[in-house]
Design a binder for this molecule. Structure first.
Ligand code: RNT
Ligand code: ZN
Length: 421
């Protein structure tokens, strides 16, 4: 018997069908954020300008992608070394301008044609694509955007949001998969505001206006992402948890909530929020990330909360499309491609780990009040032969089953990344 066959037999004893788990995982899309490759800079403004909106990449590792071609080449390395079904996730500032499409335009004038090269990239690789309007790192941030008291600023950003709806519809139609379009702004104040309500009323009105742009809700899934605070925006965030959740709840016919697990108070967990939200919302979206003290965007690990998030997605039937899974982290202090791959592989691992739980049997223990068995089983399951199933899954997907992928990335660093000077 191979190690996989032994593992399969052990899981069968536990009441888990390993083959079924693997086939479910193979069909679960994970949305891969393009912004890990270039420190969230994009191609539409001066690449040396600072990142704004309360987010930051730290580190200066060699090899940042500087052009669409470089970024696409890096993404190809990620795709090649990670198992499972992937989707792309683009930000509007990754528009590609060239002579053929008329050159640079500002964000309020973006059109589908500025993403045609990304559509080609996705088609060639059989990927769907998600999208994000970019409300940061731009001269029109005053520093507020959709909640600005300056009507000219607000109009610009509403136009940008509407353009993003049209682009999302185009991506969905071209690629034949729904496009999740996430609205996040870093709007807020460093210190105590005199008016907390005004910015929120303007924010609500701005999102209303953006969502008044016609779109097909089966194809475009607009989301609102909340946040607790950002760097330089410590005292007040316009799009707080209550604001965003209430907005989504009040607009269920055209909007879904997005939870980023780096955006809550340290003792709050998104894993517990998933079933709470699914009790009301037909669909929800996630940014899976890792918060560390002030930062909400460290590389995703195979850690307890990532596993718990994956378990809730699986247990709540989220794999049937109800839960849209995207990744969101950016680390410039280590090889960016290795950072990317680590997070994607860990999300896949967490989902596989969740799919290898005997959920029905565990639920039965809970419902029968046998909390002793539940505790014991949950602990024993932690050392079941998960690694052997993971290796088999990777091999069946044609990707490295273990740390050997790192050698490929090191070679790519020597051949390609190190030459980007
Ligand atoms: C920032 C939010 C947001 C961004 C991306 C780049 O705190 O999480 O989702 O990370 O849009
Ligand atoms: Zn996020």
């Amino acid at each position: 018997m191979t190690r996989f066959e032994q593992a399969k037999a052990r899981y069968a004893e536990l009441g888990v069908d390993v083959e079924k788990a693997i086939s479910l995982l193979k069909n679960t899309p994970i949305s891969i954020h393009c912004w890990q490759g270039d420190d969230v800079r994009g191609f539409d403004t001066d690449p040396n300008k600072p990142l704004t909106g309360g987010i930051q990449t730290t580190g200066n590792y060699i090899g940042r992608a500087r052009t669409p071609e470089e970024l696409m080449a890096d993404i190809d390395v990620v795709l090649k070394l990670c198992p499972g079904m992937k989707k792309m996730n683009l930000h509007a500032n990754y528009a590609i301008f060239d002579d053929e499409n008329g050159g640079w335009v500002d964000r309020n004038k973006l059109e589908p044609k500025h993403f045609a090269k990304w559509v080609k990239f996705c088609k060639e690789r059989g990927l769907g694509c998600d999208f994000n309007p970019t409300f940061f790192s731009h001269p029109m941030c005053d520093p507020l955007t959709l909640s600005s008291p300056n009507e000219e600023t607000r109009k610009f950003w509403i136009e940008h949001g509407k353009a993003a709806i049209r682009i999302s519809q185009y991506l969905a139609e071209e690629l034949g998969q729904p496009c999740v379009m996430n609205i996040w702004t870093g709007d807020g104040y460093k210190d105590i505001p005199a008016d907390r309500m005004g910015p929120r009323e303007r924010y609500r009105d701005s999102i209303d206006q953006i969502l008044s742009e016609p779109f097909d809700f089966d194809k475009v899934k607009p989301c609102v992402e909340s946040k607790v605070f950002g760097i330089g925006v410590e005292a007040y965030t316009v799009g707080s948890a209550e604001f965003s959740l209430a907005y989504a709840a009040a607009n269920m016919d055209k909007c879904i909530p997005l939870m980023d697990n780096g955006h809550y108070h340290p003792t709050e967990v998104v894993s517990d929020k998933i079933p709470a939200m699914l009790a009301f919302f037909p669909e929800i979206a996630l940014h899976v990330t890792r918060g560390v003290r002030w930062d909400s965007d460290h590389v995703v690990l195979f850690d307890d909360e990532t596993k718990e998030i994956a378990k809730e997605i699986v247990r709540c039937g989220g794999l049937d499309g109800r839960v849209k899974i995207a990744l969101d982290y950016f680390d410039a202090s280590i090889n960016r491609v290795a950072a990317w791959i680590t997070g994607v592989r860990n999300m896949e691992k967490a989902l596989l780990f969740a799919l290898l739980q005997p959920t029905e049997a565990l639920k039965k223990m809970q419902d029968e009040g046998d909390m002793t068995s539940l505790l014991v089983m949950q602990e024993e399951l932690k050392t079941a032969p998960f690694g052997d199933v993971w290796e088999y899954y990777c091999e069946s997907e044609g990707v490295p089953a273990n740390e050997s992928w790192l050698a490929t990335v090191k070679q790519y660093e020597a051949d390609v990344l190190a030459k980007r000077v």
